[in-house]
Design a protein around this ligand. Structure first.
Ligand code: KG4
Ligand code: ZN
Length: 844
């Protein structure tokens, strides 16, 4: 029998239970379900499931605080602790996005740290099973509250033998639409449940529905969750997803012991939330998809010349169709494939057709379309309809990026796999698809002519991480999870292990406050032994700034892959193939300030790790991290000194009297400096992030060309104001436009940057004089600006003050700086407990 800890935080009910699961035949050892399901099921719909203890309780918006302490309490009551658990189960939603992510990130942490499998189950199913367990039979309509005036609907058929779904995938809709649909389908006698009824029961009654389950059954329960997770349908589907979807030769390879048999069953990386809708920013973008390009159309994405990034990506618009059709026709000239007509493209792009779930993206070079790709949802499958790259731009990774954009949308539509058809002699394309985890499913001989076969390819979503990729992308890992589940310390290289044992204690640091998922490992002497940053900038660039919901989603996807990579890098330091979480002593995580939804993901994961492997937990201040980043450049740096933190979220001068003793001398009263850079870049049509682009352009421009205001320069205090400067730039651009005068982007950038630098430097000089210090430090993304660093250095030197600036890569957000703060707290034994929560407004 396996001890299972199951929880779900998708709704206002904290669902938490401890159960036993085993083979339905009674005794015997239950093995992880293998290629056949027979070990688990005989003819039954369920294995043996028994709820041992539960702590289900209402818990509105406090899941991150309550979940792990309550789980610990529950385990203690039963004489257990986290490492005793054999298997974790988590509800994947649909529900509150943040709530779901708290549960999933915590579960990923527990599972990863304890080296035990994680299984995800639908929250909607858990509600249906709760009804079934209470004896309800017949058709059941579940309507879960989706907030914002919508519900997650689902009809289930409850029979003695079990529960089956009458729908394919979870969706979201207005209650009125759901009521109409169910009524039109003749389901007026449907028995209703779900916490959506708390808001919409009257609407159902008005429409003639009269059969409601008792209100105490409207939420998921821990027992319902266990059944949802281990019903034959869920397990078989989970298995099919992990193994059976693979092509047959691949299975053979697995059978030869090349790879563990169940490469992905139980892999915590693959357990992701069920969202049913995109972030608002993406929804709006789709909404706009059909609109005409405005005459003052500004390029989205990063300007190629400025950012040295040659290509940008954005969703296809109707105004692109003309160019797209030309490219399509040229590509398929003399080929057996009939090129798509503009009518076909326009039909496929229809933004307001709710039944048509398509995603089309173009790659462009300064506005010229050089490639495009599109796909359409069909059942649970996202069918790639077309991927085209202009011949002159091939082998530049464009198809890979287009494929990533399109399949990401597919995943967000709820697709579980992607399919496509490829010409058997198109070797480049085949190599690309294989790299992303596509497997051949079938072959249509001579489809395109003699010896010209069509191959049908299939891959599970999210796609595998491209092997050729430089940075760790938030993508499915290619690592075989059970290999690490079957952890065997004897296998660890004996010599290196001695080295590891002799090493000091190790602290893992996690940073997810904004748009970088970053982790690092530091030893007790302060030596960084691993440092990994996975940036999401790509996903935000087209919106001109960080979209919080996208940030939270990407962090959730990236957690396990980034940790895996970090532990491998740390392992190499000791000559081992990897470290395990249990080799660490503590985990430090950014507690704030930052985006609350993004912080919460890192914190929940860190707490899961701490609980799963018995590590100390440390909450770290992100701003303190930016200060500590200076130690990476100058380990001997000692307070007192004055520091300037200039980033996308902050602009402040700090008097550091001692490590841990800070006086904030002043800060911005409106925008942050980085924000001003970003907004000016956006106004210039240069894309995101603006800082690096502006500073590049400024090198070629005349800083005296335009006289922009220096706000509060003579205010005799340490307040800053940047919003007036940003407005002045925008006003200037509009005026030039109105008067039909050209805009010299380089001059605008240089003049804007000079205005910023003048104020920053002047106030810095005042501060070092008033505080009477000989050291000055900087931190934050804008501190990477070379002109600013030079200006500081030169001016400060005139007063005999030394400038320390972090290495360029440590100016923007990273986990090395969090590791330094974490190590200080570790040495001072300043620990947090499992109720640690995000503090988005944390100050120094
Ligand atoms: O510290 P950071 O990575 O994130 C926050 O905590 O906000 O800072 C990001 C900000 C962005 O606004 C970006 O435009 C700016 O730092 N930045 C720069 C430069 N590199 C990044 N600003 C000016 N010049 C740069 N070279
Ligand atoms: Zn920062």
């Amino acid at each position: 029998m396996e001890k299972v800890l199951a929880f779900d935080t998708a709704t206002d009910e904290l669902v938490l239970g401890l159960g036993l699961v085993g083979p339905s035949s009674g005794d015997g050892v239950w093995e992880m379900p293998g290629q056949g399901d027979d070990t688990l099921f005989s003819s039954d719909a369920f294995p043996f499931i028994e709820l041992q203890a539960k702590a289900d309780m209402p818990c509105r918006r406090r899941a991150n605080v309550e979940l792990l302490p309550k789980a610990q309490e529950l385990l203690t009551q039963e004489g257990l602790s986290f490492p005793d658990i054999d298997l974790f189960v988590v509800g994947r939603g649909p529900g509150s996005f943040t709530g779901v992510r708290i549960g999933i990130a915590t579960a990923k942490g527990l599972s990863f740290a304890a080296n035990k499998p994680l299984i995800g189950a639908s929250t909607l199913d858990a509600v249906a099973y709760r009804a079934w367990l209470s004896g309800v039979r017949g058709l059941l309509g579940v309507a879960q509250d989706a907030m914002r005036g919508e519900v997650y609907p689902g009809i289930y058929n409850l029979e003695d033998v079990g529960v089956s779904r009458e729908f394919e995938i979870e969706t979201v809709e207005k209650p009125a639409a759901c009521i109409k649909k169910w009524k039109d389908a003749g389901h007026i006698d449907l028995q209703l449940t779900g916490d959506g009824l708390k808001k919409y029961a009257d609407d159902f009654k008005e429409a003639g529905f009269s059969s409601f389950l008792p209100e105490d059954l409207w939420t998921p329960s821990s027992e319902g969750l266990l059944y949802a997770a281990f019903s034959k349908r869920s397990v078989v589907e989970g298995l099919r997803k992990s193994v059976h979807l693979r092509a047959s030769e691949d299975l053979e390879e697995i059978g030869n012991g090349h790879e563990a048999p169940l490469a992905s069953f139980g892999n915590p990386q693959l357990v992701l939330p069920v969202y049913t809708r995109l972030s608002d920013a993406e929804e709006n973008e789709l909404e706009e998809k059909g609109k005409k390009r405005p005459h003052n159309f500004a390029l989205t994405g990063v300007d190629e010349e400025a950012a040295l990034e040659p290509y940008q990506y954005r969703p296809m618009k109707t105004s692109d169709v003309e160019e797209v059709v030309q490219l399509e026709a040229a590509t398929y000239l003399d080929s057996a494939h009939t090129p798509w007509s503009s009518e076909l493209f326009l039909q496929s792009l229809q933004p307001h057709n709710e039944n048509l779930k398509t995603s089309w993206w173009v790659a462009h070079k300064a506005g010229e379309v050089v490639g495009f790709a599109g796909a359409q949802l069909s059942g649970g499958s996202f069918e790639i309809l077309d991927i085209v790259v202009a011949p002159a731009h091939r082998r530049e990774g464009i198809a890979t990026k287009l494929l990533a954009r399109v399949t990401y949308d597919g995943q967000m539509f709820g697709a579980e796999r992607a399919t496509l058809e490829v010409f058997s002699q198109n070797e480049d394309a085949i190599a690309l698809y294989k790299d992303r985890g596509f497997k051949e499913m079938s072959r249509r001989a001579d489809y395109y002519g003699q010896d010209q076969d069509a191959l049908l390819y299939k891959a599970s979503l999210p796609l595998a991480m491209p092997k050729s990729h430089r940075a760790p992308q938030p993508a499915r890992s290619s690592l075989a999870w059970p290999q690490s589940v079957l952890r065997d310390s004897h296998k660890r290289e004996a010599d290196s292990l001695t080295q590891l044992e002799a090493a000091s204690e190790l602290v893992l640091a996690i940073e997810t406050s904004c748009d970088e998922t970053a982790m690092s490992v530091i030893d007790a002497h302060g030596t960084l032994i691993a440092n990994v940053v996975s940036t999401q900038i790509d996903f935000h660039a087209r919106f001109g700034g960080v979209v919080p919901e996208i940030a939270s989603r990407k962090h959730t996807e990236a957690l396990c892959a980034v940790l895996q990579e970090t532990l491998e890098a740390a392992g190499r330091h000791f000559g081992l193939s990897r470290l395990f979480v249990s080799d660490l002593s503590a985990v430090a995580v950014t507690e704030g300030p930052g985006l609350v939804g993004a912080l919460v993901v890192g914190i929940a994961f860190a707490k899961g790790l701490a609980a799963g492997a018995n590590l100390k937990l440390i909450g770290a201040n992100h701003l303190e991290g930016h200060l500590y980043a200076n130690l990476l450049e100058n380990p001997n740096l000692q307070p007192p000194f004055v520091a300037s933190i200039v980033s996308g979220g902050h602009t402040m001068l700090v008097f550091v009297k001692a490590w841990g003793r800070y006086e904030v001398l002043g800060q911005t009263i409106d925008d942050a400096v980085g924000e001003a850079f970003d907004k000016v870049a956006k106004a210039l049509g240069l894309g995101y992030p603006g800082g690096p682009i502006i500073s590049k352009l400024a090198e070629k421009g005349d800083a005296k060309a335009i006289d922009f205001p220096r706000a509060l320069l003579h205010s005799r205090d340490y307040r800053f104001s940047l919003s007036g400067l940003k407005t002045a730039v925008v006003t200037y651009l509009e005026k030039q436009d109105r008067e039909g005068k050209p805009i010299n982007k380089n001059d605008v950038a240089a003049s804007f940057q000079a205005a910023v630098i003048d104020v920053l430097v002047a106030k810095a000089l005042d501060a070092v004089r008033e505080c009477n210090v000989k050291d000055f430090c900087v931190g934050g993304g804008v501190a990477a600006n070379p002109a600013l660093r030079n200006a500081y250095e030169k001016k400060l030197a005139e007063y005999g003050v030394r400038l320390t600036a972090p290495p360029l890569s440590a100016c923007t957000d990273n986990a090395a700086m969090i590791a330094l703060v974490g190590l200080k707290d570790f040495n001072e034994k300043k620990f947090s407990d499992l109720s640690l929560d995000a503090n988005p407004n944390l100050s120094l």
